[in-house]
Design a protein around this ligand. Structure first.
Ligand code: FES
Length: 106
């Protein structure tokens, strides 16, 4: 089972076993990671699953799609590696993925 690590703004780390073909957001909410609410259930319409993909994973994960970009524009502290993690599907390729949570989602 691929692993994903969520790092809160205060540095607290949560290493989670993520089910294949489920989203990174679902891995977080299934395991009660604080700061990832996933209010819209993964429909790309709430932005409560905003993360910053760590630099070493950014290329493999890829950038946001058009709808995601429009939502991210509403996020107060978006950055160049911002993604809505409901739009990232876990796979073996992403085993070991590390994402950081924004400050306002503490
Ligand atoms: Fe709503 Fe990701 S869960 S945009």
């Amino acid at each position: 089972m691929p692993k994903v690590t969520f790092i809160e703004f205060n540095g607290t780390e949560h290493e989670i076993d993520a089910e294949m073909d489920r989203s990174v957001m679902q891995a977080a909410t299934d395991n009660l990671v604080p700061g990832i609410d996933g209010d819209c259930g993964g429909e790309c319409s709430c932005a409560t699953c905003h993360v910053f993909v760590s630099e070493e994973w950014a290329e493999r994960v890829g950038g946001p799609h058009e709808t995601e970009i429009s939502l991210l524009e509403l996020a107060p502290d978006r950055g160049e590696r911002s993604r809505l993690c409901c739009q990232i599907k876990m796979s073996d390729e992403l085993d070991g993925l590390v994402v950081h949570l924004p400050e306002y989602q503490m």
